[in-house]
Design a protein around this ligand. Structure first.
Ligand code: LCS
Length: 395
């Protein structure tokens, strides 16, 4: 039985939400490493399949460890139910496949995570799905892109890696006025810093790989809704396409999520220091961090988010060559894709995470050739700055 966590504060929910009373008294939710679950009788099995009784059938359809993680993140998002997926991209494609059919149209943030865009352009287009990618931080652009066939507005805020912030409440109003649903990729903020469902979005989704898990040891995704019918529609697609999470992934992610708030509090405090330091550095051309007053949507971020997070993008005066020198010279930070973990990571979107986009599309999305992305970890901030300082000296 799941305990009631609705009245608890967010840190208490991170630790306890979703957990059930274990029959043997286990304090930590165990890994139910079982592909299938026994029925008490033929009638019981039939009742489970028919949905007349609650219970577990088969791990692709549901599993106690996975369910616990789903309920935990759903609680953090102030949603009703969650759907854990094999990867963040599994969550993204489940949303697309559930809500877009032949001839139907998607309006999306142009500067989404590269593969969230290329899966539409390269694959869903083969099945007749149409899409327009716009700067959704500009609500006029968003509204103008909606056609009578648009079914879904998809927003990533802050966006990866140009850190554009979209007004989620306004986007929800626009989408709903035109008969569309709004999905928000909440990966960069996490439910600790932003609750899209409370702002009017229909779906909040995540790459669990990032902040929610936070330890660079799990790939996973999550889709949360308040609406149970929408949940059922999305779940049936996830199950049909087989992109379920595994119990071991869920166990590790549950362990990670317990410290989500602690990790983000520390990382975002350091990120503010690092971004301010970078902005004052003579070799730095520009810095994009939603916590800096120089960020174009800083006021909106202050209103819509509960903190500014720990993702920074910047470009050096020496452009790409200088950026490469910094990436090759860091010693504390690791040159690797992914983000949102305890360790600081640095990467080059144009040649790595967003290499699948055309240069023209990248530039339109604010992803310049020289843009360097830095995910601030929980190391000592003096060490992070000393490391960047010695790397910038070489650039
Ligand atoms: N949404 C966002 C905003 C992401 O940043 C990513 C991955 C995904 C969805 C997909 O999640 P995954 O399947 O990888 O769990 N972003 C990555 C990045 O920036 N570097 O490496 C992966």
């Amino acid at each position: 039985m799941t305990k009631n966590h609705e009245k608890l504060g967010v840190f208490s929910r991170m630790v306890h939400a979703g957990a059930f009373d274990d029959p043997l008294g286990a304090v930590n939710v165990p890994i139910y490493q079982s592909s299938t679950f026994a029925f008490r009788s033929a009638d019981h099995g039939a009742a489970l399949f028919d949905g007349k009784e609650e219970g577990y059938i088969y791990t692709r359809i549901g599993n106690p460890t996975i369910r616990c993680f789903e309920n935990c993140v759903a609680s953090l998002e102030n949603g009703a139910r969650g759907i854990a997926t094999s990867s963040g991209l599994g969550a993204v494609t489940t949303v697309y496949l559930a809500l877009l059919g032949q001839g139907e149209h998607l309006v999306s943030t142009a500067s989404v995570y590269g593969p969230s865009r290329s899966v539409v352009e390269k694959h869903l287009s083969r099945f007749g799905v149409k899409a327009t990618f716009v700067d959704t931080s500009n609500l006029h652009e968003l509204e103008a892109a909606i056609t009578p066939n648009t079914r879904l507005v998809y927003v990533e805020s802050p966006s990866n890696p140009s850190m554009q912030v979209t007004d989620i409440a306004a986007a929800a109003r626009i989408a709903h006025d035109r008969g569309c649903l709004l999905a928000v990729d909440n990966t960069f903020a996490s439910p600790y810093l932003q609750r899209p469902l409370d702002l009017g979005a229909d779906i909040s989704l995540h790459s669990v790989t990032k902040f929610l898990n936070g330890h660079a040891d799990v790939v996973g995704g999550m889709i949360v809704t308040k609406d149970l019918e929408l949940h059922a529609k999305l779940r049936s697609v996830m199950v049909a396409f087989g992109c379920n999470m595994d119990p071991h992934q869920a166990y590790l992610a549950l362990r990670g999520v317990k410290t989500l708030g602690l990790r983000i509090d520390r990382a975002q405090q350091s990120a503010m220091t690092v971004a301010t330091w970078l902005e004052a550095h003579p070799k730095v051309e520009w810095v994009r961090y939603v916590g800096l007053p120089s960020h174009p949507q800083h006021q909106l971020a202050s209103k819509q988010m509960l903190g500014f997070g720990s993702m920074i993008s910047f470009e050096l005066r020496g452009g790409l060559n200088a950026g490469k020198k910094v990436m090759d010279s860091v010693q504390l930070a690791t040159l690797a894709v992914s983000l949102g973990g305890v360790e600081s990571l640095i990467e080059h979107p144009a040649s790595m995470t967003h290499a699948g986009m055309s240069r023209e599309n990248r530039l339109a999305a604010g992803i310049t050739d020289g843009l360097v992305r830095y995910s601030v970890g929980i190391e000592n901030v003096e060490d992070i700055i000393a490391d960047l300082n010695q790397a910038l000296d070489k650039a």
